[in-house]
Ligand binder design. Structure first.
Ligand code: ATP
Ligand code: MG
Length: 422
C-alpha cells in the first residue's frame, strides 16, 4: 500500500530533535515570566475577516498566503497566519481593555502560510510572540526589544544584529508617503511587478523589497527617520537613549518597515548571520492603531514574533550544543517473575517521587538488560533476583564511577533523591 506523507512545508519533530525545541520553549517562558508577560491561548482558526482587518488587505500574507476554508455551514475561516490579530480580538472579546495597564501577553503557537517551502520558511511554522497593550511610552518599546534580546542571548545566539527604524504616525506619515510615491514614480519602469502594483496601496513595502533594482532605488529613497514629526522623533531618540544605556547594540535601518496604517513609530528586526536568506529571527513593532481597526478603543500596542525554526538554525550556526536526551537515574533489572513484580512496584514508587527510573518490560536476559541500560545512559542500576526480593536489599551500582552500595528497597527513593540533590 502507498504510504501517506506529511503535507508539503510541514514537519515532524522527532525525539531527540524535540529537546532543542523544549529548551527554547523553557527559555522563552522563563524570560517572559521575568518580564511579567502572562501566557494567552487563542484558537488555531479564526473568521477570515479578522485577518483581513488585523493583518491588512494589501499584505502578501492576506493576498497570497492564507489557508482559508469553509465549514459545513458555509462560514469562512482561516488558519492563523500570525498571532497578533487573534490576541487583539481576544483582549477585546474578554473585556481586558479595562484592566489595569499595561497588559503584557505572550504565546507559543504554530502559524500557517501558503509559501514556497525552503530553509527557514515553511507552511506550518512555530512562533513565540509577545504583545503589550496600554503603554505609549518609548520605555515600553525598550522593554519589548530587551525581552527579545534577552531570549536571543540566553539561547547562545552570537551572530545577530538588531535593526530599528521609526515609520512615523498618522500625523507625519501621509506627507512622507506622498514624497515616497513621487520618488518611486519617477523610476516606476525600474520597479518589479509587485512593487509597481503596491506603489499606490502600500508604498512603504517597496522599501524592503528583495528585488535587486528595487533595493537600489530604495537605498536612495527618502527615509522615514528623516521625515518624522517632532513627537515621533522624540520617541525614537528616547528609545535609542534607553538601548544605549542598557548596552543593547543596534543600527538604524530605514529599510525595516511595516507598511500598514495601524503600525506606528518603532519597528525592529533581529537578523542572524549565516543562516541563509531567511535571516530575520524576530520581527516586531508598535501598532497603536490596531485595536481601533478591530473595533476597540484607541489603545497603544507593541509586540514581536520570533520564528523558532530560525532560532534553531542560528543556534546551530553559533555552535550551541543541543541538549541531550534525559538519562534515567536508575535502571531496575529484574530476574524472574517474582522479581519483576517487585521491580515494577519500586519503579512506580520512584517515578511517583519525581525520579526518572526505567525497568525492563521486554523480558530481556540480564545481559541484554545491562546492554540496554548502557545504551539509554542509565546512571545507576539495581539488579533484583530472588535473594534480593527475600532480603529486601539490593546493590545500587553507579555506572559512572563503578562504585556499589547495598540499599534497602523501601529506602530507594530517599537514597536516590539524596544522591541526585547532592
Ligand atoms: P519574512 O520576511 O521572512 O517573510 P515576515 O515579515 O513575513 O517574515 P512576520 O510576519 O513578521 O514575518 O513573522 C515573524 C517571524 O516569524 C519572522 O521574523 C520569522 O522568524 C518567522 N516566520 C515568518 N514566516 C515564516 C515561515 N513561513 N516559516 C518560518 N518562519 C517564519
Ligand atoms: Mg513573509
Amino acid at each position: 500500500m502507498e504510504k501517506i506523507r506529511k503535507p508539503r512545508g510541514t514537519m515532524d519533530i522527532m525525539t531527540p530533535d524535540v529537546y532543542i525545541w523544549n529548551h527554547i520553549e523553557d527559555t522563552v517562558r522563563d524570560v517572559a515570566r521575568r518580564f511579567g508577560f502572562g501566557e494567552i491561548r487563542t484558537p488555531t482558526f479564526e473568521e477570515l475577516g479578522l485577518f483581513h482587518r488585523g493583518v491588512g488587505e494589501t499584505t502578501d500574507v492576506v493576498q497570497k498566503e492564507m489557508y482559508t476554508f469553509e465549514d459545513k455551514e458555509g462560514r469562512v475561516f482561516a488558519l492563523r497566519p500570525e498571532g497578533t490579530a487573534s490576541v487583539v480580538r481576544a483582549v477585546l472579546e474578554n473585556g481586558k481593555c479595562s484592566d489595569t495597564m499595561p497588559l503584557k501577553l505572550f504565546y507559543l503557537i504554530s502559524c500557517f502560510r501558503y509559501e514556497k517551502p525552503q530553509a527557514g520558511r515553511s507552511r506550518e511554522f512555530y512562533q513565540f510572540g509577545t504583545e503589550m497593550f496600554g503603554a505609549a511610552d518609548p520605555s515600553a518599546d525598550f522593554t519589548v526589544i530587551a525581552l527579545a534580546d534577552t531570549i536571543i542571548k540566553e539561547l547562545g545566539i552570537k551572530d545577530v544584529a538588531l535593526h530599528i527604524n521609526s515609520i512615523g504616525c498618522p500625523h507625519c506619515r501621509p506627507a512622507y508617503r506622498a514624497r515616497l510615491i513621487s520618488y518611486f514614480e519617477e523610476n516606476e519602469d525600474k520597479l518589479c511587478e509587485t512593487c509597481r502594483q503596491r506603489l499606490h496601496t502600500n508604498p512603504l513595502r517597496v522599501l524592503d523589497c528583495k528585488n535587486e533594482t528595487c533595493a537600489k532605488l530604495a537605498a536612495e529613497a527618502p527615509t522615514t527617520v528623516d521625515n518624522l514629526c517632532p513627537e515621533c522623533a522624540d520617541h525614537m531618540t528616547a528609545l535609542r537613549r534607553y538601548l544605549d544605556a542598557a548596552g543593547i547594540a543596534y543600527t538604524v535601518d530605514p529599510h525595516i518597515v511595516r507598511g500598514l496604517d495601524y503600525y506606528t513609530r518603532t519597528v525592529f528586526e533581529f537578523i542572524a548571520g549565516g543562516i541563509g536568506a531567511q535571516s530575520t529571527v524576530c520581527g516586531g513593532g508598535r501598532y497603536d492603531g490596531l485595536m481601533e481597526q478591530l473595533g476597540g478603543p484607541s489603545m497603544p500596542g507593541i509586540g514581536f514574533g520570533m520564528g523558532l525554526t530560525r532560532l534553531i538554525l542560528a543556534m546551530e550556526q553559533s555552535g550551541v550544543t543541543p541538549p541531550a536526551a534525559p538519562r534515567p537515574e536508575v535502571y531496575l533489572a529484574p530476574m524472574g517473575d517474582a522479581a519483576k513484580a517487585v521491580a515494577l512496584t519500586v519503579t512506580q514508587n520512584l517515578r511517583a517521587k519525581g525520579i526518572y527510573a526505567e525497568c525492563d518490560i521486554m523480558s530481556r536476559s540480564l545481559k541484554a538488560q545491562m546492554k540496554y541500560a548502557d545504551k539509554i545512559g542509565a546512571r545507576r542500576t539495581l539488579i533484583l533476583g530472588d535473594s534480593e526480593i527475600e532480603s529486601g536489599k539490593a546493590q545500587l551500582r553507579n555506572m559512572e564511577n563503578g562504585t556499589q552500595k547495598e540499599i534497602s528497597l523501601t529506602d530507594a527513593a530517599e537514597i536516590l533523591l539524596g544522591e541526585i540533590n547532592a
